[in-house]
Ligand binder design. Structure first.
Ligand code: PBG
Length: 325
């Protein structure tokens, strides 16, 4: 008698068998929805390159947060779009700046039912679009920027953020933010560090959503990571852990599955991954053309990010997935 020595297909025979032996599970509990709030608008504005995503008014943001609580999502990540930008990005730490007022709105609306994460950066607030203060020679001044990040952290904590998420890839940013939070009497506020964030062409739709264009056709290669490097991500992560990060994040997600896996095995704290705007937009665009089954591809991609080792996934698909699970 001749037969295959092993038949892996036995465990794939029925949906129940497949469910029983699944190694990774995508759960609602792992998802964080990014949300945008724009100052000075009366109606939510759709973001054309992010179908289904809008720039919220303060009022529609409240409603959306309440809806997400109803769907059972555990967290949101908030980005602000100010009416006025300046060279320093001072709107980012203004107590009456858009993110601060929106954080207070959210706290009031959902209490502790949602983890409210505030993205901590300057690019939405600077007129040149860089994530930090620009020096006379055109480079981004690392240490001058840290001083601003400290102010932003304090303002966001004051306004009620549970978690602040420094995303500018300045050296020492986690330490500077941790110190600022302690000094201002907010030791309970956690830091989700964009630890390994790559200079990626996949952030384009996000920049539409926040109205950011980098002056002079510039880019972020002087501070965000080079796609050719994996070990460097582990250096960044180790520094952030040492400086007091509570969660470390890898971004973008799909091009960095190897990095997510390496980070997962190098730290004991939670690892997050950001399935970014371009990753979402590609799925939506191909789906609209009927070229792929977009909801199925979305699930497949998010499961791959889980399988690589992410504990938390920030994704524009969060609400859709929550509705389908
Ligand atoms: C910086 C920031 C960016 C994103 C999150 N935080 C943009 C950038 O680095 O240029 C991108 C997120 C996405 O593409 O979905 N504040």
């Amino acid at each position: 008698m001749s037969f295959p020595a092993r038949r892996p297909r036995r465990l794939r025979r029925t949906p129940a068998l497949r469910r029983l032996v699944a190694e990774s599970r995508l759960s609602l509990d792992d998802l964080v929805a990014p949300l945008f709030v724009r100052e000075g608008i009366d109606e939510p504005r759709p973001v054309p390159s992010l179908p289904g995503v809008v720039q919220h008014t303060r009022e529609s943001l409240r409603k959306e947060a309440a809806r997400l609580v109803g769907l059972g999502l555990p967290g949101v990540m908030l980005f602000g779009v100010p009416e006025v930008k300046d060279a320093e990005g001072s709107g980012a730490w203004d107590p009456d700046g858009i993110v601060q007022v929106a954080l207070r709105d959210l706290r009031d609306e959902v209490g502790e039912a949602l983890v409210v994460v505030a993205d901590l950066c300057l690019d939405e607030y600077t007129d040149h679009g860089h994530c930090g203060v620009v020096a006379a020679d055109g480079s981004v001044d690392n240490d001058a920027t840290l001083e601003r990040y400290a102010r932003v952290a304090q303002a966001q904590a004051e306004a009620g953020a549970d978690v602040v998420a420094p995303s500018g890839m300045m050296d020492g940013q986690v330490g500077a933010v941790r110190r600022a939070l302690e000094e201002a009497g907010h030791p309970q506020v956690a830091i989700l560090a964009y630890a390994a964030k790559y200079a990626s062409a996949l952030y384009g739709p996000f920049r539409d959503a926040v109205g950011v264009s980098i002056a002079g056709g510039g880019d972020r290669r002087g501070y965000q990571q080079d796609a050719r490097n994996r070990r460097e991500a582990l250096v960044e992560v180790a520094l952030d852990v040492e400086e007091g990060a509570d969660v470390v994040m890898v971004k973008p997600a799909l091009g960095c599955l190897d990095v997510i896996a390496a980070v997962r095995s190098s730290v004991e704290i939670p690892v997050a991954a950001y399935h970014v705007s371009g990753e979402y937009a590609m799925v939506k665009a191909a789906g609209e053309r009927g070229w792929i089954d977009a909801p199925a591809v979305a699930m497949e991609q998010l499961v791959a990010v889980k399988r690589a080792g992410a504990d938390v996934i920030v994704t524009y698909f969060a609400a859709e997935v929550a509705e389908s699970l």
